[in-house]
Each structure stands twice: as structure tokens, then as C-alpha cells.
Design a protein around this ligand. Structure first.
Ligand code: GRF
Length: 185
């Protein structure tokens, strides 16, 4: 009799990156465990034409697209194909401090706690429905680099656990409310 591992389908992830790729690496590491429930079938970086993105991703038949800190807006054609099936990660507690300088802006504001957010990508800038968040303390002596590094430790763990739960348990998006579990029902 086949084992449960052999019969359960493994979700196909396409991961798009802009930065150093440590979130991507964390996902790749997690996928080594068959129980994680996903595998990375393609990786893209924000180098080429953004107009080609939807077709390039579709060619890999992804179940979920993970923007692991991807810094470009994906555009309407992409969302037409993958809306509701694309998540991004942001190094602040949205809706506070969206945009390219979330860590710097949180620090400048003087917050004592910041964090990271996994969210469903929509047409806005870091504006989509929130899937998961985690808090990170701000130290008095932090600068942007030290704070970002501390956030990224938590961010990697949150992204890996959230993507894993989504692919294993399913998810639903109703308005701004995202629910993981019961295969999304
Ligand atoms: C992450 O903090 C991401 O949220 C932000 O840039 C960082 C990328 O890190 N946009 P890495 O490329 O995964 O190391």
C-alpha cells in the first residue's frame, strides 16, 4: 500500500525574488522535507520584462506564486491569471510602513515593535489581504541594517510556515479576510 507521503500531491511553487534570496533559500530548504507539501518548480528574478512574467509563470503550472520580497508590481495581466494565488512578504506590520523602505520608515517613526507580514498580492503596493504576521522588537541601538536582519530571521520562519500551511490545508480569501485551513472552506 502506498504511504500517505507517496499519495499526497505536492504543490508547485514559483518563487520570484529581488534581494539576497535568503527567503527563497529558506523555502528551498523546507521543501526538502516531503511532509512540507510543496516543491519549488521555478525561480525568477526581477531582471527581464515584467510583461513576460505572467506567461513565464504560467508555463510552470504553479499552485502558488511566492514573491519572496519581489520589489516590482506584478501588473494586471499577472493578477488576472494568479490573483488569490500569489503571496508576498513585507518587512513591517502592514498596513503600517508599506513600500520599499518599510524598515527605515518604522525606525524613523520610533516604533518599539515592528515585524513582518505575508499577504495576498493585489494591485496596490503592499495593500492586499493579510495572511499572517509576526512581531519583532526594535532595540534602542538599532539601525536599518540591524533591524532588518532581525526581522528577516522571523520573516523567513513566517514565510515558510505560512506557505506550508497554505499548500497543505488550503486557504480562502473573502474581502480582506484570509483563512487557512479546512482546504479553504
Ligand atoms: C525581505 O525582508 C523582504 O521582505 C524585503 O527584502 C528582503 C529580501 O530578503 N523586500 P531576501 O532577498 O529574501 O534575503
Amino acid at each position: 500500500m502506498p504511504s500517505p507521503k507517496a499519495t499526497r500531491s505536492t504543490a508547485r511553487l514559483v518563487v520570484l525574488v529581488s534581494g539576497e534570496g535568503t527567503n527563497l533559500q529558506a523555502l528551498i530548504d523546507a521543501c526538502r522535507d516531503a511532509d512540507y507539501g510543496a516543491r519549488v518548480v521555478a525561480v525568477g528574478a526581477d531582471r527581464g520584462k515584467i510583461t513576460a512574467l505572467a506567461d513565464a509563470c504560467a508555463g510552470h503550472a504553479p499552485d502558488l506564486i511566492v514573491l519572496a520580497g519581489f520589489m516590482k508590481l506584478v501588473g494586471r495581466a499577472f493578477l488576472g491569471s494568479f490573483g488569490g494565488r500569489c503571496v508576498n512578504t513585507h518587512p513591517a506590520l502592514l498596513p503600517s510602513f508599506p513600500g520599499a523602505h518599510g524598515v527605515r520608515d518604522a525606525l524613523a517613526h520610533g516604533v518599539k515593535v515592528t515585524g513582518c507580514t505575508v499577504f495576498i498580492v493585489d494591485e496596490g503596493v503592499d495593500a492586499g489581504p493579510i495572511v499572517a504576521q509576526a512581531c519583532v522588537p526594535v532595540d534602542d541601538d538599532d539601525d536599518e541594517a540591524t533591524l532588518h536582519e532581525r526581522i528577516k530571521v522571523t520573516e523567513r520562519a513566517l514565510l515558510v510556515s505560512t506557505v506550508g500551511r497554505m499548500v497543505r490545508e488550503g486557504w480562502s480569501v473573502r474581502g480582506r479576510k484570509v483563512r487557512i485551513g479546512q482546504r479553504g472552506r
